[in-house]
Design a protein around this ligand. Structure first.
Ligand code: GLC
Ligand code: CA
Length: 560
């Protein structure tokens, strides 16, 4: 017996699975090697067939393209590289037609230096109202030659850039907690707040169902901009991530989204630790969701996963919010690869990435096994979840990208010491035997695709029993049928330490984190993350689907 699903519109976001599209890399309709909106529209049905509830589009706005579109030069227009506003409207209509919801990115912490607001600020000079939109300060030292404080950019190097005046003379500095092409707004300025009210309304009026809010923990800076040193000063006191000053901005935004019909949502991209603090972002009058990045950071470790799930349910539950599970996105080493790495290099959040000189690239087969097992575990949990394009194909992090193709500012700002995030942004393989693996018809690709994309291409997995794609589809279908997103979790006691088992709405999920097989307790197996990927003849799954009653290492099963 399955429980009937709740109506789709009733706080749909509490249980929704949301699929992230990174527009540069999803589909390229005009063949110039860069993904575009028509290329996404043309593949919307494939997204719907996966069984997700909504699509989130990373930025497609006018941009100087120094940070993959997160350096926006017009918040209310489409970059010509990606298409036009009419293309956006066509995409939005297609999203509706296939029965999904649409979330767009919004980037309120900074603009591009090419934005007219910043250009006006430069021209207007020190002390002007235009400069007050951003964080301009005089430098320290006798001639202002030192940055106003010691803060470091997330991408490496100082968080300040000195302005060179039209006469060639250096003058004030502006703050950039990311790239120097991304000046930070001064959110204490009411003018800035009003501009963003209008930007929200612009997209809400065009029918979007919500926003993924970039750098949602960074808008408020610590008063007085005091020096701060990572590794020395208290992380809880970080001067530009997690300052409580941001909360009033989210209440203001929530009032706007609530004024629209339907459930329009806000999802925080907030690098805030611990979860009990992150939960403050999703109090009832603030955002609806916040990415659970501590969950994404957990290694292949049964203790660690149990602890983070408990902590998440407790923290988000205490404010009445769902947990928003996530494993991969456009900023992290893909979780397939990450979960098969065992050393301390398995960092998330520091944008290190992998490259040709990395010595810790794990085995692909193990990566895929663990990636699938971990996804099956995640999709059985109550709450909402985000998937990142390509994970349903089992794509690994691409480490082969030569230095000459690298685009991520992290790579340049650390003189190549950190590879950055290009390896998770490589264009998606759709067809094994087509140019650029079906990303377009010309064979152009802004990042080179590795040869392993051939066997992992969509057309090699679509309809193929046991493929990663079919496992994702099955998990999503069962998740809906059993209403797991609205369920509640109970740990199954009495299991060996290396087995993580929980029950949700009558479905029992078991994951094997050890090296020994485990005999699955009585019941009918309805999902098996290992089915179809076993390399050894010892496996008998191939003949009788899910039939042998054994849970091998690095696998998850669901049992009813
Ligand atoms: C967020 C985005 C990331 C971007 C940064 C600056 O972390 O996810 O891609 O580089 O913000 O906008
Ligand atoms: Ca294109």
């Amino acid at each position: 017996m399955t429980t009937p699903t709740t109506p789709h519109n009733d706080e749909w976001w509490r249980s929704a699975v949301i699929y992230q599209v990174y527009p540069r890399s999803f589909g390229d309709a005009n063949g110039d090697g860069i993904g575009d909106l028509p290329g996404i529209t043309a593949r919307m049905e494939q997204i719907a067939r996966l069984g997700v509830d909504a699509v989130w589009l990373s930025p497609f706005y006018k941009s100087s393209h120094k940070d993959g579109g997160y350096d926006v030069s017009d918040f209310c227009d489409v970059d010509p590289i990606h298409g036009t506003l009419a293309d956006f409207d066509a995409l939005a209509a297609e999203v509706k037609r296939v029965g999904l919801k649409l979330i767009v990115d919004i980037v309120p912490n900074h603009s591009s230096t090419e934005h007219v607001w910043f250009q006006e600020a430069l021209a207007a000079g020190p002390g002007s109202a235009e400069r007050a939109r951003y964080i301009f300060r005089d430098g320290k030292g006798d001639n202002g030659e030192l940055p106003p404080n010691n803060w470091l950019s997330v991408f490496g190097g100082p968080a300040w850039t000195r302005v060179i005046g039209p006469d060639g003379a250096p003058e004030q500095w502006y703050m950039n907690i990311f790239d120097s092409s991304q000046p930070d707004f001064d959110w204490t300025n009411e003018w800035v707040q009003e501009q963003f009210d209008d930007i929200l309304r612009f997209w809400l009026d065009r029918g979007v169902d919500g926003f993924r809010v970039d750098v949602a923990a960074g808008l408020a800076k610590k008063a007085g901009l005091p020096d701060w040193t990572d590794g020395v000063d208290d992380p809880a006191d970080h001067p530009f991530f997690g300052d409580p000053g941001s909360h009033e901005y989210w209440r203001r935004w929530r009032a706007i989204t609530d004024s629209y019909p339907g459930e329009r949502i806000l999802c925080a991209e907030a690098g805030v630790d611990p979860l009990s603090k992150l939960a403050l972002w999703v109090r009832p009058d603030e955002m609806h969701q916040a990415f659970n990045f501590p969950y994404a950071g957990v290694k292949w470790d049964p203790k660690g996963i149990r602890a983070i799930i408990d902590e998440s349910l407790e923290a988000f539950g205490s404010v009445g919010a769902p947990s928003t599970w996530v494993q991969s996105n456009h900023d992290q080493v893909r979780h397939t690869t990450r979960l098969a790495m065992n050393d301390d290099e398995t960092r998330t959040g520091d944008l290190s990435g992998l490259g040709p000189r990395s010595t810790n690239v794990p085995d692909l087969a193990l990566s895929i096994r663990r990636g699938r097992a971990s996804t099956a575990l995640m999709l059985g949990l109550p709450g909402s979840a985000y998937l990142y394009q390509g994970e349903e194909l089992g794509l690994p992090e691409v480490h082969e990208i030569p230095d000459s193709f690298r685009q991520d500012p992290t790579f340049f700002r650390t003189a190549g010491e950190r590879y950055g995030r290009d390896g998770c942004r490589v264009p998606i393989p759709w067809k094994a035997d087509a140019p650029a693996y079906g990303f377009n018809t010309t064979g152009e690709s802004w990042l080179p695709q590795p040869s392993v994309f051939r066997e992992l291409a969509y057309d090699q997995q679509d309809g193929v029993s046991g493929s990663t794609l079919e496992m994702y589809r099955a998990a999503l279908r069962l998740r809906h049928e059993h209403n797991l997103g609205h369920g509640s979790l109970t740990w199954i006691d009495g299991l060996p330490d290396h087995i993580v088992g929980y029950e949700n709405n009558g479905v029992r999920s078991y994951t094997n984190y050890g090296t020994e097989p485990f005999e699955i307790p009585a019941g009918r197996v309805i999902l098996d993350s290992g089915y179809g990927i076993h390399a050894t003849a010892a496996d008998s799954h191939d003949s009788a689907e899910y039939g042998d009653g054994i849970l091998l290492p690095d696998e998850t099963v669901w049992v009813v």
